[in-house]
Design a protein around this ligand. Structure first.
Ligand code: HEC
Length: 98
């Protein structure tokens, strides 16, 4: 089963975010744990922002947090095979100095 289908094992974001969760226009695909949708529900003691006003993930070990992170595994795998220069995957090519 795709991990996203098992999301909300313990938490319902929709309890408070009825339309959708607030989001920036981009999603981080490198360092996915730094996306707002993972930081807002995460305790500050675990590196989160607690922007939800309530701690939903005490630590990143929370099963819902892990389920969301797992959805990034395929793209992480692709980036490993085909690194992108603009995402820090390859060294910048420098012209020889004279
Ligand atoms: C108890 C109510 C509540 C729950 C449950 C909740 N949130 Fe929030 N969340 C808030 C409030 C309040 C804010 C701040 C106001 C706003 O931005 O809408 C917020 C803000 C956010 C933001 C914006 C953060 C920022 O830095 O601007 C994101 C992203 C977010 N929540 C994601 C989630 C996700 C994902 C879940 C489920 C895992 C979740 N929230 C569950 C109440 C909640």
């Amino acid at each position: 089963m795709h991990p996203i289908l098992t999301f909300r094992q313990t938490t319902s974001c929709a309890e408070c975010h009825q339309q959708s969760v607030p989001r920036t226009f981009y999603t981080r695909i490198t360092n996915p744990q730094r996306n707002g949708f993972l930081l807002a529900p995460l305790a500050m003691s675990a590196g989160g922002t607690e922007a939800c006003g309530k701690t939903l993930f005490a630590t990143t070990d929370d099963p819902d947090c892990q389920s969301i992170l797992k959805t990034f595994e395929p793209v992480t795998e692709i980036l490993k095979r085909q690194p992108r220069g603009d995402l820090g995957g390859t060294p910048v090519c420098e012209l020889p100095r004279k």
